[in-house]
Design a binder for this molecule. Structure first.
Ligand SMILES: Nc1ncnc2c1ncn2[C@@H]1O[C@H](COP(=O)(O)OP(=O)(O)O)[C@@H](O)[C@H]1O
Ligand SMILES: [Mg+2]
Length: 295
C-alpha cells in the first residue's frame, strides 16, 4: 500500500532581522494509513513549523515554504489552490494543538464550534450536525453531551477542552490527524488519559496520527515509528522500539538520557564526545524502561 502521507525534502525559512532561519531544512518522511508516527525533538528544532508547513499555515511574511513536496492521498498539497487547501484542512486532515484555549473560539459554544465544522465541510444541516455533535462528544468520553454543547470553552477544564479539540479533529472522518504537543499544557494524569483516548480512537477509526512531542515517554508508548528532529532536520528515524534499544545518533541518545527517572539514582553526566556506539552502550546500561512509559 502506498503511504498516506509522503513529505519530501520540505524546506521552510523565516526572514528575520538577524537573517534567514532555516526552521525546516529538508525533511522527508512517510506515514502509512492508520499508522502513528512521532516527531520528537527539543524546543526550537522545527517540529511545529514542519507540521504547519504540511497544512500550509506558515505566516508569510516572515515565513516561506521554499521547497519540497507533500503527497497526501495521491496529491501534492503544495500544488493545491488555497480553496482546495482550505477544504483539506479540518476535513481530510484534522489538527490538535497544544493549547486548546487558543484554538477554540472563546465566544462560541462548544456545540457551535463542532456543528460549524460539519456544516462547512460536510454540508450537514443544523439538525444533522447537532446529532453528530452529541455522538462525537460520546466518542471522546464526555458525558452529559447536551449540557456540554451549550457551554463556552472557559467553562471546561483543560483536559475537557482537549477532548473537544479531538472531537472537532475527528468530526469529518479525517484520514490523518496532526497533534502538536497535544498534552504538554495538561496535568500529568490528564495527559495520559488524553493520549490513551487518541490512541484508542485512531485505532478504532483507522485514522493515521502524527504526534509531535518532546516527551519520549509519549513516543515510546504511542508511536510505531519515530523521527527525531534536530535543528530543522531529521537526524534519526526508525521503529520506536528499535530506536530506544539502539539509538544511533548522539542527539537521540542525549534526548533519551534527559528523560527524568524518579525511581533511580541520577546517572552520571553523559560525555559529550565519543562514537555513537559507545554512547548507546552507555545509554543501555541505564535501561530506559519504555514499557513503563518514562516521564
Ligand atoms: N514566526 C516566526 N518567525 C521567525 N522564526 C520563527 C517563527 N516561527 C518559528 N520560527 C523559528 O523556527 C524554528 C523552529 O520553530 P518550531 O517549529 O516552532 O520549533 P518546535 O516546535 O520544535 O519547538 C525556531 O528556531 C524558531 O525560532
Ligand atoms: Mg512546537
Amino acid at each position: 500500500m502506498p503511504p498516506l502521507l509522503e513529505v519530501k525534502e520540505l524546506h521552510t525559512e523565516f526572514r528575520t532581522g538577524a537573517g534567514v532561519v532555516r526552521a525546516v531544512d529538508g525533511i522527508s518522511y512517510t506515514v502509512d494509513p492508520g499508522e502513528t508516527v512521532a516527531i520528537v525533538g527539543e524546543s526550537g528544532s522545527g517540529k511545529s513549523v514542519g507540521a504547519l508547513s504540511i497544512m500550509r499555515l506558515i505566516p508569510d511574511p516572515p515565513g516561506r515554504i521554499t521547497g519540497g513536496e507533500v503527497w497526501f492521498a495521491g496529491r501534492d498539497l503544495m500544488t493545491l489552490s488555497e480553496e482546495e487547501m482550505r477544504r483539506m484542512r479540518g476535513s481530510e486532515i484534522g489538527m490538535v494543538f497544544q493549547e486548546p484555549m487558543t484554538s477554540l473560539n472563546p465566544v462560541l459554544t462548544i456545540g457551535r464550534q463542532i456543528t460549524e465544522t460539519l456544516e462547512q465541510h460536510r454540508g450537514m444541516d443544523r439538525a444533522a450536525a447537532d446529532q453528530r455533535a452529541v455522538e462525537l462528544l460520546g466518542l471522546v468520553g464526555i458525558a452529559d453531551a447536551k449540557r456540554r454543547l451549550e457551554q463556552y470553552p472557559h467553562q471546561l477544564s483543560g483536559g475537557m477542552r482537549q477532548r473537544i479539540m479531538i472531537a472537532i479533529a475527528l468530526a469529518c472522518d479525517p484520514k490523518l490527524i496532526i497533534a502538536d504537543e497535544p498534552t504538554t499544557a495538561l496535568d500529568v494524569t490528564i495527559q495520559a488519559q488524553i493520549l490513551e483516548l487518541m490512541q484508542k480512537l485512531t485505532r478504532q477509526l483507522g485514522v493515521a496520527l502524527i504526534i509531535i512531542t518532546h516527551n519520549l515517554g509519549v513516543v515510546a508508548r504511542y508511536a510505531q515509528r519515530v523521527n527525531v528532529m534536530y535543528a530543522g532536520r531529521i537526524v534519526e528515524s526508525g521503529a520506536a522500539a528499535a530506536l530506544y534499544h539502539n539509538p544511533r545518533h548522539p542527539y537521540t541518545i542525549a534526548l533519551l538520557r534527559s528523560v527524568p527517572r524518579l525511581d533511580r539514582p541520577r546517572p552520571p553526566p553523559l560525555a559529550p564526545t565519543g562514537a555513537p556506539g559507545q554512547l548507546s552502550a552507555c545509554f543501555r546500561s541505564h535501561e530506559l524502561d519504555i514499557t513503563a512509559g518514562a516521564a
